[in-house]
Design a binder for this molecule. Structure first.
Ligand code: 4AD
Ligand code: MG
Length: 437
């Protein structure tokens, strides 16, 4: 076809009245005698095309009329503003070239009818082309971009941390062990935090952002075995800095998604008003207060116990905002948390629970900076001291109070998109019973 501009559907508004080319796939097709309405998707959006028999070649009309769902096609036509069209614009077809036609006897497996969740996730490599996963993953991308923008413009240096690690960061029960060379065992990282503590002493404020792994044997709607986490770490910082930064970050992300991905949120039928209402300061409560609230609401939790999924849901339904819960019993938290000076039985850790029952999206706090106390904790937790030698070095050489947190990308996406299950927040989820495709 001749040289007309090849445009993305999401930019159609800039080309009204012009002839353009769109390279995509047939999403759906409606026929009405001498007019057909191919619905074209190109990865950036979906656009209705109008092909009138009298206006185009017979071959082009017949090709389009007989085109099968998800066949690839390049369409040329003139962009027209159409307030009744879903995206606000339509394309009056002038010509079309089929790139790959799917034969009728081997049709695209995902049809506009309803499919079961298992079927869709078995065909996830194709399912990603559908409206809903497409909208979710575009929001995910925007969230990731917002996270990077926030840290990059607030003085944090990105320093990547390793995935093969010799030591456990978040307890030994969820480690994936990997055979390394010559009988050496390593683990897939649960968190880049320990390394962040080293890089924070070198760069002041750092973050890492990558995949992390947890051998979660439970089947829940909040757990993946492979998930993405952003983890900032700050030298000369305390629990209060963690609260301030995580609050700012969450507000920044929500505003950005509302600004740039409103259309996708509408596709997902998200209650946008609830997101628009998110603003700092978030309510702050202590673990003690959280336990009292939960007991009032009928939970069986006792002081000293960890929140179960239902407890988190109950707590995060209580407020219209994300809520910050701090000062957990040392017993239920990882070895590295700094104890509260006034009450050594609790630690300077905080969880941020998203609103609307979504539960924890952020976990973090202040780290032990005293050498002897850290060594004692490593021993109490029965961790192999040798693997933590380098980590202890950070307390030998210019140790300072420092703090940081981790935010799970998928939990955040689930909350912002209003999804029932975390499996939809990542292109190819890894869970207890799913490692394919
Ligand atoms: O609370 P977690 O375990 O904290 C840490 O790993 C710290 N070392 C982070 C730090 O301080 N640098 O995990 C942090 C967040 C959780 O709040 C949650 O959002 C997410 O990671 N997360 C998971 N997301 C999906 N699937 C799982 N199995 C997750 N486990 C944790
Ligand atoms: Mg946590």
């Amino acid at each position: 076809m001749s040289s007309v501009p090849r445009i993305a559907i999401e930019h159609a508004s800039q080309y009204v009245g012009q002839t353009v080319e769109i390279a995509g796939w047939l999403y759906n097709l409606r026929r009405s005698g001498k007019i057909i309405f191919p619905l074209l998707r190109d990865g950036t959006g979906i656009m209705q095309c109008v092909a009138v028999k009298a206006d185009i070649s017979e071959k082009c009309f017949n090709d389009l009329r007989d085109l099968t769902q998800e066949s690839s096609v390049i369409v040329r036509g003139r962009v027209r503003a159409e307030s009744r069209a879903p995206g606000g614009y339509e394309l009056d077809v002038e010509d079309a070239g089929i790139v790959h036609r799917i034969p009728e006897d081997q049709p695209y497996p995902i049809t506009p009818k309803e499919h079961g969740i298992e079927f869709l996730f078995d065909h996830r490599h194709l399912h990603l082309r559908s409206r809903r996963p497409h909208a979710i993953l575009r929001v995910r991308h925007e969230i990731i971009r917002a996270i990077r923008d926030y840290f990059d413009s607030n003085g944090f240096t990105l320093v990547d941390t390793p995935i093969f690690t010799p030591a456990a960061c978040e307890g030994t029960t969820t480690l994936f062990e990997v055979d390394y060379f010559e009988d050496e065992k390593v683990y897939l990282t649960q968190s880049g935090q320990l390394y962040n503590e080293a890089t924070a002493m070198a760069f002041g404020k750092t973050y890492c952002f990558g995949p992390t792994f947890r051998a979660e044997k439970s089947k829940t709607r909040r757990h993946l075995t492979e998930f993405w986490m952003v983890e900032p770490e700050m030298a000369y910082a305390t629990l209060e800095d963690v609260k301030r930064v995580s609050e700012e970050l969450i507000c920044f992300i929500v505003r950005r998604v509302l600004e740039r991905r409103r259309h996708e949120l509408e596709t997902l039928e998200r209650d946008i008003g609830k997101l628009e209402a998110i603003r700092a300061p978030f309510p702050r409560i202590s673990y003690d207060e959280a336990v009292a609230i939960l007991q009032r609401k009928g939970s069986e939790i006792q002081w000293g116990g960890d929140f179960g999924g239902t407890d988190e849901t109950l707590l995060s339904e209580e407020f219209g905002q994300p809520v910050m819960v701090d000062r957990f019993p040392a017993e239920i938290k990882a070895f590295y948390f700094q104890p509260d000076e006034q009450r050594p039985e609790v630690v300077l850790g905080v969880d941020v629970l998203a609103s609307e029952g979504y539960g924890e999206i952020v976990g973090g706090g202040q780290r032990i900076h005293d050498y002897n106390l850290l060594l004692q904790r490593i021993r109490e937790h029965n961790l192999p001291q040798k693997a933590f030698d380098w980590y202890l070095d950070l307390r030998r050489y210019g140790s300072v109070p420092h703090a940081g947190f981790g935010m799970g990308v998928e939990r955040t996406v689930a909350w912002i998109c209003g999804l029932d299950h975390i499996r939809e927040t990542i292109a190819f989820p890894r869970m207890l019973y799913r490692t394919r495709p």
